[in-house]
Design a protein around this ligand. Structure first.
Ligand SMILES: CC(C)(COP(=O)(O)OP(=O)(O)OC[C@H]1O[C@@H](n2cnc3c(N)ncnc32)[C@H](O)[C@@H]1OP(=O)(O)O)[C@@H](O)C(=O)NCCC(=O)NCCS
Length: 197
């Protein structure tokens, strides 16, 4: 069954396959590969490239970077908030996409970005991966103390709209071409919360 996991080195080949399959299209929820340093916050900046990520050591650096981004103490650019990055894997433990949960809203996120972003690689779409990953991420948000989260999508993104509405999203309004939904976060049905492998 589909589930979300913390970024891990074992997904190296499938992660790169998915990146290639996206052919440069935006991988919502996967984070950026390049961030400039910010002296104001002590953030050193980072840069990853497709070629560089062939190297297992460089891929491990990406994994470490993503895992650190949820910790409040990790330096980050001004205006950025802690964010939990999760990878979506299928029943065969293969990477199929990413989903991320921003822990709080900035003015920009409240207007446009929302709490959660996600993508699924084209060859794995329409199999329920995004819907399942979103439900699990909503449970994590609940454990984090968020009773509802904001999720937005482009007006013409029928697939994402179906995913959000399928999770119980209530449409609030549209701002600058983005449909804004508030989605309630259900408690986990697992005894000790969402189990991350
Ligand atoms: C949006 C996205 C993540 C959906 O991933 P997915 O794994 O295919 O989603 P699911 O299989 O869970 O599909 C969920 C629903 O979307 C529906 N759906 C999928 N593609 C659709 C389409 N092109 N038009 C209408 N509905 C569609 C499915 O029928 C399903 O509805 P149902 O649960 O009522 O049957 C994927 O299309 C994607 O990565 N898109 C590009 C990135 C993106 O748009 N991210 C979201 C930014 S807000």
């Amino acid at each position: 069954m589909t589930h979300v996991v913390r970024p891990d080195r074992r997904y190296h080949p499938a992660y790169l396959e998915a990146v290639d399959e996206m052919a440069g299209a935006h991988r919502d929820g996967d984070g950026e590969w390049e961030q400039s340093p910010d002296d104001a916050t002590g953030f050193a900046g980072y840069r990853f490239t497709r070629e560089g990520l062939e190297d297992p050591a460089e891929f491990a650096r990406l994994v470490r970077t993503r895992r650190a981004e949820e910790l409040p103490e990790t330096p980050r650019p001004s205006g950025r908030v802690p964010c939990t990055y999760l990878w979506i894997v299928d029943e065969e433990d293969q990477y199929v996409g990413s989903i991320s949960l921003r822990h709080e809203l900035t003015d920009f996120l409240l207007e446009q970005g929302g709490h959660i972003g996600y993508y699924v690689r084209p060859s794995a779409r329409q199999q329920g991966h995004a819907g399942t990953a979103l439900r699990q991420t909503l449970e994590m948000a609940h454990e984090m103390g968020l009773e509802r989260v904001l999720i937005t999508c482009d007006e013409d993104n029928a697939a994402s709209r179906a995913v959000i509405e399928g999770a119980g999203g209530e449409y609030e309004d549209s701002r600058a071409g983005k449909r804004r939904y508030w989605v309630p976060t259900p408690p986990s049905d697992q005894p000790f919360g969402v189990r991350l492998v």
